[in-house]
Design a protein. Structure first.
Length: 137
């Protein structure tokens, strides 16, 4: 049905030494766990899931890293929740549409935070920002 919430559980940024030369930035995001939860909406409770994730940007060679962990809250009908949980328990996999939705929500929040964190520890932005080109008239 829908993503209904998001929480950061861990945010860290570390620069091991001053960046110099060519720096490779390697992003990696993964779902760590999926657990059922009841979500209160007014006086009623709805079926939901909590997707725990970790998003890491590694700056190489051995320059630093940005690590964020958090939770994405998802709500749907009972049958769909059960199907998702059964699939996760069986082989730790999610359907491509659901995976795209959950990772998309996490990526949107984490990319913004990663840009801010990189500035604080003097690392290059992990997300390529657009360049402005001014042409002479």
């Amino acid at each position: 049905m829908a993503i209904v919430g998001f929480n950061f559980m861990k945010i860290s940024a570390e620069r091991k030494h001053a960046p110099g030369g060519k720096i490779a930035i390697q992003p990696n995001i993964s779902i760590k766990d999926v657990v059922p939860t009841d979500m209160a909406l007014g006086k009623s409770k709805e079926n939901g899931l909590v997707f725990s994730f970790e998003y890491k940007f590694t700056y190489g060679p051995a320059v630093g890293e940005i690590v964020m962990a958090g939770e994405v809250f998802y709500m749907s009908e009972a049958k769909k929740i059960k199907d998702i949980l059964d699939s996760w328990k069986k082989d730790k996999k999610l359907g491509p549409e659901l995976l795209s939705e959950v990772l998309g929500a996490a990526t949107q929040r984490c990319n913004v935070e990663a840009i801010l964190l990189s500035r604080e520890v003097n690392l290059p932005s992990p997300i390529r920002l657009p360049n402005l080109v001014v042409k002479k008239q």
